[in-house]
Design a protein around this ligand. Structure first.
Ligand code: FAD
Length: 276
């Protein structure tokens, strides 16, 4: 097995129990020597302190920790302040997103798209940050058309992103096609596939519905047939996602970014099976 760069995504816990669980998860995953870990951010700043605290906690352990930052619903002033705080803490890696407005929150803020956030970060902070952006092999659910979405992706990269992480997918061909199409548009940065381990059928279907990722019928039907048998769901999910990762690794993708949902077991099992 070729060496492959791994990264792990976490969300900021809200309770002491959640903080303890995340520390245990991290302790189990650090032995896989991730290139970096990332911490999500609630649009409009709802997890601002939690994201900062979690990132600092991880950085203290010597991990390269990248906070996510979304611009929707935020002012330039507040984004500048958050970015300044990260810089003051020596954080140099960031995942720049538009985000989604929480229901009931009306104002879009001053920056409408991730491309504008990337331009803003470059204008205000120069090359201090290594900037990741999001890509959508199965297209963003609000995209006007696949072509328009690809052009927006290329615009966002050209605004100054260093690298991209994709939404999760279970159809490797969608990813390969997306990368080819992006290259045609002059995107030359690494496009790292996002990997979602399968552990819970209803949660997976809910997430996928929201973010526009397709769960192929053969996978959904099999998972559904297991009912409450969590062990069978886990075992089948492990087979499916490991096969997907193996195909991606064989195709020499630049890395694998795992959506861990703050749990170590599935990510760990997939990496062990891959031999990374
Ligand atoms: P954009 O790149 O701005 O695109 C959003 C939509 O607008 C697309 O349909 C695009 O085609 C369209 N668009 C872009 N530019 C233009 C333009 N100039 N004119 C017209 N249309 C345009 N969400 C969170 O809230 N917190 C997180 O921490 C978080 N982390 C994520 C990490 C990854 C790796 C991924 C893949 C997603 C993450 N998300 C997160 C979800 C993300 O915020 C949503 O998918 C959001 O709806 C889009 O964000 P974006 O940065 O991709 O937006």
């Amino acid at each position: 097995m070729n060496p492959i760069e791994l990264s792990f995504e976490f969300f900021p816990p809200k309770t002491q129990e959640g903080i303890d669980k995340l520390r245990a998860t991290r302790a189990e995953l650090v032995s896989l020597k991730p290139k970096f870990v990332s911490v999500t951010f609630g649009a409009g700043g709802s997890t601002q302190q939690g994201t900062l605290d979690t990132v600092i906690d991880m950085a203290k352990e010597g991990l390269e920790a990248a906070p996510h930052l979304s611009c929707i619903g935020s002012s330039k002033e507040s984004l500048r302040a958050i970015l300044g705080e990260y810089r003051a803490h020596g954080i140099r890696h960031i995942v720049a997103l538009r985000g989604d407005l929480p229901s009931g929150m009306g104002a879009f803020g001053e920056l409408r798209y991730a491309s504008e956030l990337v331009s803003f970060i470059r204008a205000e902070f120069g090359d201090w940050f290594w900037i990741e952006v999001a890509g959508y092999p199965e297209y963003h659910p609000q995209a006007r058309s696949p072509r328009h979405d690809l052009e927006n992706f290329a615009r966002k990269v050209k605004a100054g992103a260093n690298s991209a992480i994709t939404q999760y997918f279970f159809n490797a061909d969608a990813y390969f096609r997306f990368v080819d199409d992006a290259r045609q548009l002059g995107v030359d940065v690494p496009i790292v596939p996002g990997i979602m381990p399968i552990t819970n059928f209803s949660q997976l279907m809910r997430f996928s519905e929201m973010c526009g990722a397709e769960v192929p019928r053969w996978i959904a039907r099999r998972l559904e047939s297991f009912g409450d048998d969590r062990e069978s769901i886990r075992a089948f999910g492990l087979d499916v996602v490991t096969d997907l990762c193996r195909r991606l690794v064989d195709a020499k993708v630049p890395g694998l970014h795992f959506y861990t949902l703050n749990a170590a077991a599935s990510t760990r099992a997939i990496c062990d099976r891959l031999g990374v």
